[in-house]
Design a protein around this ligand. Structure first.
Ligand SMILES: [Zn+2]
Length: 411
């Protein structure tokens, strides 16, 4: 037994889904001259027997984790195409007009809201990380630098700011106080308003052994079953769901106030039965996951050790949070992957936490001509393989690290 209680229902947590050992905060990149010791926290995922929520206990405050955030949405082309298509769909499906209000929670650098603003629809971003919020404001997207929850929602509602559409992409998993966050959404919606949420689907994480998407900033790992229950407890009904390919397989759910009388679509029951068939609603469904994660680690390490034995040189591409989990759990340091590169200048000349692999600008790959380039953000592997296609000039190959280290040929 632990002293941890479930983030949703409060039941004590004792059933471990997987234990990834001790890991540093994944987005706390280390400066080149920083020789201070780093904090490490247990990365142990639990299953709640009562409500089935899969989750990590929280070790740091949200302010520690999210006040500066090195991720800028606008650095991924695939993501920009995704949000543009979303905005066009939402304007049509929900008949949004210059009289509507679109609010985005965790609006990052404003790249999604920009799509609505360009269609003359009023927008408001809410983003706790100061650096990305500043970038949004200077791009003309009104942004509040605050954590979202019930009290902020009530304040906005009192000022006459209720939303026709609330967008919350990849933020539900990061909400330390899940109940307060969902209660805030209910409060902020107009009576007939709609909220959409995107989050990585637990079904895909388990199926494809995406263990590197487990990190401290990511508190909850959702099935539709759990999201339905959490929303229902706060007066929200999920009336539709779609599977979207982002982040290794995500769900987009559509929610409205239960009082609005919307009826759930057939898609909801289809996803629920797929989850039951995979055993996500019982602890036995997770029984072999830890073993599959260990096999993935062995496969990645064997590939790197064989490459080193053959005198091949290996570099990485990208410095996402998932690289921190992968490299720390697999014990991979700069003797096996000598460096990685990232387009985001905020990450360059820093190091991956824990394993301290240095991060350079992408040009470094063309200067040093490594034999293999490991793509850490495998969720956008096509985009990266296209951008870096030039490595073929010297016979360089791409490698995708999980679930089995595999040479990757761009499609
Ligand atoms: Zn629970």
């Amino acid at each position: 037994m632990t002293e941890f209680g479930c983030r949703f229902c409060g039941a004590p947590l004792s059933l471990v889904v997987v234990d990834l050992g001790m890991s540093p905060p994944s987005n706390r990149l280390i400066s080149a001259n920083d020789d201070q010791p780093e904090p490490f926290f247990p990365l142990r995922v639990y299953f709640c027997e009562r409500c089935h929520l899969v989750q990590l206990p929280q070790f740091q405050t949200a302010a520690d984790i999210f006040s500066e955030y090195p991720y800028f949405s606008s650095y991924s082309k695939a993501w920009l195409a995704h949000v543009d298509a979303y905005a066009r769909m939402a304007v049509k499906r929900f008949s949004l007009s210059p009289g509507s209000l679109v609010v985005e929670l965790a609006s990052n650098d404003g790249s999604l809201l920009k799509c609505f603003a360009e269609a003359s629809i009023p927008v408001l971003g809410i983003e706790p990380a100061r650096n990305v919020a500043r970038a949004a404001s200077s791009a003309g997207i009104p942004t509040l630098t605050e954590f979202f929850g019930k009290s902020l929602a009530a304040q906005l509602a009192a000022d006459g700011k209720r939303a026709d559409l609330i967008v919350a992409n990849n933020v539900l998993a990061h909400a330390p106080d899940l109940r307060d966050f969902v209660a805030g959404v209910q409060e902020l919606l107009k009576p007939q308003g709609v909220a959409t949420f995107e989050f990585p689907h637990l079904l895909r994480l388990i199926e494809h052994v995406e263990f590197d998407t487990i990190y401290h900033e990511h508190f909850s790992y959702f099935s539709l079953e759990c999201v339905l229950a959490i929303f229902a407890a706060h007066g929200l009904t999920i009336f539709d769901v779609q599977e979207v390919p982002t982040h290794g397989g995500s769900l987009r759910v559509y929610a409205a106030r239960t009082a609005s009388g919307r009826v759930p679509s057939d898609a909801c029951s289809m996803v629920l039965s797929a989850e039951r068939a995979a055993g996500l609603d019982r602890y036995a469904g997770y029984a072999d996951f830890g073993q599959r994660v260990q096999s993935a680690k062995q496969s990645f390490r064997a590939f790197l050790q064989d490459s080193a034995a053959q005198g091949k040189r290996v570099a990485g591409y990208g410095a996402p949070a998932k690289a921190t989990t992968l490299l720390n759990y697999c014990g991979v340091k700069s003797d096996l992957v000598s460096y990685t590169v990232d387009k985001n200048p905020h990450k360059q000349s820093k190091m991956i936490p824990g394993v301290r692999i240095p991060i350079f600008a992408p040009e470094k790959i063309f200067e040093t001509k490594p034999d293999y380039v490991v793509i850490f953000p495998w969720n956008i592997k096509d985009e990266i393989a296209q951008q870096m296609a030039g490595i073929a000039q010297w016979g360089g190959r791409f490698v995708v690290p999980i679930p089995v280290a595999t040479l990757y040929l761009a499609s």
